[in-house]
Design a protein around this ligand. Structure first.
Ligand code: GDP
Length: 305
């Protein structure tokens, strides 16, 4: 189920409940089951959905609600709050400061686990979008390509960076990503760039060696922020993969890509839960400026229509 449909299904479930003459246990359960089904079909992790249902039932105690209370409103508010809670880990991500050097490392899955196995999660594209977004606001960003695994990764970053007039660093010869990352970060620190973005190879948790490599890049460059980039179509695999990344490097934020596509999007909720990190941006297209700041409450409001 794609996100727009998810919102529609939830709104419909609430509407149906509102239409009932009396909102009793049975009507509430039907409504919650409908919402549960919609969330599961959108690939939200089962445990998250179950917890949400339990919490709403705890909050909405029908017996306690005096007759005068607007039960529908209270239930609606509880659903809204629970959806927000799923997306809000309770602490904000590290925010780089303009004029002060920050190193931001991007990590993410290899294409294999995405909906289309030959297409990546959008990490390299997102690095440029992130740089471009800040450049437009007067920052001095720079891009370092430490992806030595995927053929063409450096060319892609170079092309994107050139188009956006953002300085970049990488190598066709060097195969050690740690070395490239360190050199790139050093160079741009000297050039007084305030946002040094390190793109790394895509990988997944079954690949111990690649995970170790990612850990080493992180240890060597000491990023202020590690961003986990996730394709919104990843589905139920999201939780385990995101958790594995978090266990290896200090993931502090999530960016969900391809929110414009037919993805189910529920994986985003799972990634937040697994990394205990907020979604900070979403990708909404292939173009450099199809990139939006992510805010939980407006997003959930829009979802619920
Ligand atoms: P990587 O292998 O993870 O670095 O992935 P890439 O950056 O190469 O992106 C893979 C493909 O996804 C490319 O064709 C991108 O143009 C596309 N892509 C990236 N982000 C988005 C997005 O937000 N929306 C859409 N529709 N396509 C995207």
């Amino acid at each position: 189920m794609v996100l727009a449909q998810l919102g529609g299904s939830i709104s419909r479930a609430i509407q149906q409940m509102s239409n009932a003459t009396i909102i009793d246990e049975k009507v509430l359960n039907e409504c919650l089951n409908e919402i549960t089904r919609a969330l599961l079909q959108s690939d939200v992790q089962f445990k998250l959905v179950r917890d949400m249902q339990t919490n709403i039932k705890k909050i909405v105690n029908l017996d306690d609600l005096a007759a005068g209370h607007n039960k529908r409103k209270i239930i609606q508010q509880a659903i809204f709050n629970e959806l927000c809670k799923m997306l809000d880990p309770g602490k904000p991500a590290f925010t780089p400061k303009k004029g002060k050097t920050s190193v931001v490392m991007f990590v993410g899955l290899q294409g294999k686990l995405c909906l289309h196995p030959h297409v990546g999660s959008g990490k390299t594209t997102t690095c440029t979008k992130y740089a471009y977004y800040h450049q437009k606001k007067g920052w001095k960003p720079a891009l370092v390509c430490a992806d030595t695994f995927r053929a063409g990764a450096f060319d892609q970053l170079k092309q994107n960076a050139t188009k956006a007039k953002i300085p970049f660093y990488g190598s066709y010869m060097e195969s050690d990503p740690v070395k490239i990352a360190v050199e790139g970060v050093e160079r741009f620190k000297k050039e007084n760039c305030d946002l040094i973005i390190v793109d790394t190879s895509g990988r997944h948790k079954q690949e111990a060696a690649l995970f170790e490599e990612m850990r080493q890049v992180s240890e060597a460059t000491k990023p202020d922020l590690v961003i986990f980039v996730m394709d919104s179509s990843i589905g139920q695999a999201a939780f385990d993969q995101a958790q594995a990344f978090k266990q290896s490097v200090a993931v502090g934020a999530v960016i969900v890509t391809k929110m414009d596509g037919h993805a189910k999007g529920g994986g985003a909720l799972s990634a937040v839960a697994a990394t205990k990190s907020p979604v900070i941006f979403i990708g909404t297209g292939e173009h450099m400026d199809e990139f939006e700041v992510f805010d939980v409450k407006p997003f959930v409001s829009r979802l619920l229509g």
